[in-house]
Design a protein around this ligand. Structure first.
Ligand code: ROI
Length: 166
């Protein structure tokens, strides 16, 4: 069995987002042939997309898995479904739980179902900052180092959730 490191982005802005994300982190650990290696802090972030929705809680998890990217995606979708993820049809609208494969080893995948690295990673502070927290020298295949991508962000406003404000 060959294990690969993968990074999963977690986001929620409905139905107690902090609990959704905290619970989902534990659920990553119960995916077959998969272990949670490390989780970033939780962050509060302003919505990207329509602004008439609540702030998000975001985090990134590093996992180690023997699954293929496609099988991992299926497992993540079944966790999302258990969280009663509802889509209201609004593009970039609010959600109870979103799980995205950000990186899968050093693979670059561009299929109908999967784009890895995740297509939005370079612009998304709520992915880049937690990624940097997990591994400061991380390189994103085809896109560059996380540190450079963060330098290139326009001003960002991401707040770490800690015991004082959470
Ligand atoms: N905005 C933030 N801040 N965090 C998210 O996880 C997130 N997820 C999304 C969209 C709607 C694009 N906006 C987001 O899918």
């Amino acid at each position: 069995m060959s294990f690969k490191d993968a990074y999963i982005g977690l986001g929620s802005n409905l139905s107690d987002p902090q609990a959704q994300v905290t619970q989902a982190l534990q659920e990553l650990n119960s995916i077959p042939d998969t272990k949670l290696v490390k989780a970033s802090s939780l962050y509060i972030s302003e919505p990207m997309g329509p602004s008439d929705q609540p702030d998000y809680i975001n985090a990134v998890a590093k996992i180690s898995t023997c699954l293929s990217a496609e099988d991992l995606l299926k497992e993540l979708q079944s966790i999302e479904n258990r969280h009663r993820r509802q889509r209201n049809g609004q593009r970039w609208g609010p959600r109870t739980l979103d799980l995205d494969i950000i990186l899968f080893g050093d693979e670059q995948i561009d299929s109908k179902k999967l784009q890895i690295p995740h297509y939005g990673v370079s612009e998304r502070e709520f992915v880049l900052i937690p990624l940097q927290e997990l591994q400061a020298d991380l390189i994103i295949p085809g896109k560059g180092s996380v540190a450079d991508l963060i330098d290139n962000l326009p001003e960002y406003r991401l707040q770490k959730l800690d015991h004082n404000n959470g």
